[in-house]
Design a protein around this ligand. Sequence first.
Ligand code: UD1
Ligand code: UDP
Length: 390
Amino acid sequence: MPTPEKTSSSQIISPRTVLVVFGTRPEAIKMFPVIHALKADPRFRVVTCVSAQHRGMLDQVLQIAGIVPDHDLDLMRPDQTLDALTAALLVELGKVMDVARPDWVVVQGDTATAMAGALAAYYRKLPVAHVEAGLRSHNIYHPWPEEINRKIIGTIAALHFAPTETSAAALKAENVAAHTVHVTGNTVIDALEWVTARIAAEPALAAGLADLEARFAGKRIIGVTSHRRENFGGGLEAIADAIRRIAERPDVALIFPVHPNPNVRRVMDAALAGLPNVAMIEPLDYPHFARLIAISEIMLTDSGGVQEEAPALGKPVLVMRETTERPEGVVAGTARLVGTDADRIVSEIFTLLDDKAAYSAMARAHNPFGDGQSARRIVELLANVEYPIL
Ligand code: UD1
Ligand code: UDP
């Protein structure tokens, strides 16, 4: 236990115990700036708990961010169902909360881990703070099951850290008390700035793509990711078909770190193995993924986080989804929804490759999602808010 802090009036203030719960790669990326900031602040005692809903992809982030979790539930199972995962999360996260007895439980985003973490906290009447609150597509099956996960968390949370005015407005439209909603920016920009600085100081951290960069020298690189559950089946097959057709162009190369979900691997292996202009590779750690965005001319993705990072690095991002809960990039013109129709994806990519004006219109570096100071704001809010606050 840290030594209690003394105020100027000599009053002893015990540090607040904050339990930070996360479990997947994107949560780890967006949570590590908050964990770093909390740990640097004597007003807090920080307890970290990973569900390890992801394993290898989570561990990649923990390693680069230098985080050793206090609790590791190791809950990933191959091709796990949402029912089994959610049930296990609820039971195991509850046990951790009973031991840690936190003043606050902090969750991020909209995964099963975040939703079950909020629910387990609610069952113990522990206040929940939600990082990346208020994202809404207004379609409960896109993304599935994340739209409902984040609505459940939004119903439970006592503090909502909305990344943008749009997400704050979405919460207020659902009658969430306005004084509990704070626009903080998205911590993904903090994470991206942190990793960019790390790479600048130590280029070897992102040098592992050198062989691929040499193999594809002179080609125009498109970075690809795809993993959404609502795209399993026909959607992923159409995405694979589009990639195959784009790769027929000799001037193009696609670098595709493939999500380890077997439902994704099966489709991509069957459709794309052996194509000379397509490199299907293992998931990249965060420095290497930042490098991939940097060397790509275009990002083609169904990911949430990549929709935020690509605009920050000035890269057009084509989003293979029907809806987005991140309209800010679309409004700003750096992101475009292209759905999962193969003809549409191919034609949008070819337009960007062949029409300089269309490309320049999308390739403007800007950060509609944050300014790199989000974690600092979140920590101040956690330090100063009193509970109950409703
Ligand atoms: C989860 C989140 C989704 C998030 C995504 C980020 C839910 C419901 N979904 O979806 O919001 O966008 O993570 O990637 O929480 N696997 C491995 N190694 C890993 C990670 C996954 O082998 O490091 C395989 C396992 O077979 C696992 C499967 O991928 O069962 C799916 O993982 P899971 O966390 O259930 O769902 P995602 O589709 O990754
Ligand atoms: N990412 C990574 N390595 C990869 C692919 C993605 O580090 O090989 C990072 C990416 O920079 C982003 C996050 O993972 O921050 C996005 O994760 P994912 O697409 O799995 O989830 P989503 O954002 O859709 O929830």
